[in-house]
Ligand binder design. Sequence first.
Ligand code: THU
Length: 138
Amino acid sequence: MNDFELCQAAIDIMKKAYAPYSDYFVGAALLCVDGRVFTGCNIENASYTPTVCAERTAFFKAVSEGERRFVKIAVCGGKHGEIVGSFPPCGVCRQVMSEFCTDDFEILYVTSESPVAFETHTLPEILPFRFTPSHLES
Ligand code: THU
């Protein structure tokens, strides 16, 4: 799957978001080393804090299916499901990416839907000085 197709997968799954409280729709499409793609949307809750972001939905779907090797993720979002400019993943989602991904992992910020456009960022760029599993080693 090429970058544009990955972005399109994020745009498609964004429409599945369950966001009755924020009306902010988010989609993510995670490309694995073996070529598989896991998608995710944000899922909100009346109690607010159980809300899960789109990126973590995608990661947790993948990890729970046995995937742990990832290449890149495309993310998009917008009020009412309309993409206006880039969508930066939240800090918690960046930390989850950090758990499983190496420095060359790419985050594609979708910037427009038609035609599809995106910006490419890396994990060290969006989460510098991060806490990683290696910090827990003696
Ligand atoms: N959201 C995501 O899905 N990903 C992020 O990285 C940040 C925020 C969702 C959570 C909530 O449903 C809505 O966007 C507004 O914060």
